[in-house]
Design a protein around this ligand. Structure first.
Ligand code: ES4
Ligand code: ZN
Length: 329
């Protein structure tokens, strides 16, 4: 019953790194197409490495994987594979992240990346009926100057990019490190989001809000350690893009039964469910709903709230959000 409800509800996905949707089979196919030898014997040998103790262990494998992405067609094929999978999960709107520096730093032009991705998303809007926004993320383990140097490329493609984000290794790289580039982006009319409170403390969530002036918080789990901050977030209506299977795989929670989603909803937070890096964490968005619902016992009202929140928290125009929310009931 709940399985059917979850699977059939039209939903938005707001936290998905397109490079994290690179399935091992496609990684090997693109390696072959581009004459690259991967340091793994087989798809199974690679999958055996998907056993992470923390965010950094995952990121090391994730950044190694992107090396197979070289041409516009590669980025198109990557995005198209995700979009077909999203369609099967009744995703009708998606706001995806990409990591430009993971490509430009190995000599792939920004234009190649954005044009390949954009073409796939535009085709999907026509052929699959999925609307989209693209968010370019800065890698926070790199100096802010690198982000400032890259920023003009983002501005050049502002017709294809709605906002900027902040991801990669969180601990030791607090939001305050990125104030200059975020304030410029905000002035230029971009939406701004940041990963905060995934492994980092509640104070990083506070910094993302107060210093970067984020329009949405990615993850945000650790805000719960600070009652006053949690109340402020709930009151302000700032949304959290929560990623249950990611939290489990990266040991942000020790067991899915310990996931704080019910607590988040009970405290009035606008939480949404998302897949983060589905090829690495064992499931796309409906799997995240299904496994979490089974583990913590989400009732139908909670499931519907989470799906409505996915539209509420999106960067769609208000009238479009309302139309999607009406279709949920
Ligand atoms: C990420 Cl799960 C996660 N956290 C931070 N940065 C990331 N980049 C891709 N996936
Ligand atoms: Zn993420």
């Amino acid at each position: 019953m709940k399985t059917t409800l979850i699977n059939q509800l039209p939903k938005a996905e707001l936290h998905m790194h397109i490079e994290g949707s690179l399935e091992p089979e496609l990684m090997f196919a693109l390696a072959e197409r581009n004459g690259i030898t991967l340091p793994y014997e087989s798809v199974d040998a690679l999958k055996a490495l998907y056993d992470f103790n923390n965010l950094q262990e995952f990121l090391d494998i994730y950044y190694a994987g992107v090396s197979v992405l070289q041409t516009e067609q590669d980025f198109y094929d990557l995005a198209w594979a995700y979009l077909e999978r999203a369609k099967a999960d009744h995703v009708v709107h998606t706001e995806i992240f990409f990591d430009p520096q993971s490509h430009t730093d190995r000599g792939i032009a920004f234009d190649v990346v954005i044009n390949g991705l954009h073409q796939a998303f535009s085709d999907a809007q026509q052929e699959l009926g999925i609307s989209f926004h693209v968010i370019a993320c800065f890698l926070r383990h790199l100096p802010e100057q690198d982000a400032l140097d890259l920023y003009p490329e983002i501005v050049k493609h502002r017709d294809k990019i709605i906002g900027i984000g902040l991801d990669s290794s969180e601990l030791g790289h607090p939001p305050e490190k990125y104030q200059q580039v975020f304030s410029q982006a905000k002035k230029d009319g971009f939406k701004v989001v940041a990963h905060a409170g995934e492994e980092g403390p509640a104070d990083y969530v506070r910094q993302a809000i107060e210093l970067l002036k984020v329009d949405r918080i990615d993850h945000g789990n650790r805000c719960l350690d600070d009652g006053e901050l949690t109340r402020q977030i709930a009151e302000s209506g700032l949304a959290l893009t929560v990623c249950p299977l990611s939290n489990l795989k990266l040991k942000v929670v020790s067991d899915l039964q310990e996931h704080p989603i019910k607590d988040m909803l009970a405290k009035g937070l606008i939480a949404t469910l998302n897949s983060d890096d589905p090829a690495y964490f064992g499931g796309y968005v409906n799997d995240n709903f299904q496994q979490l619902a089974a583990a913590v016992g989400l009732d139908n009202d909670e499931i519907i709230t989470l799906v409505e929140n996915s539209f509420r928290a999106s960067f769609l125009p208000e009238s479009v959000k309302e139309a999607h929310i009406s279709a949920v009931q």
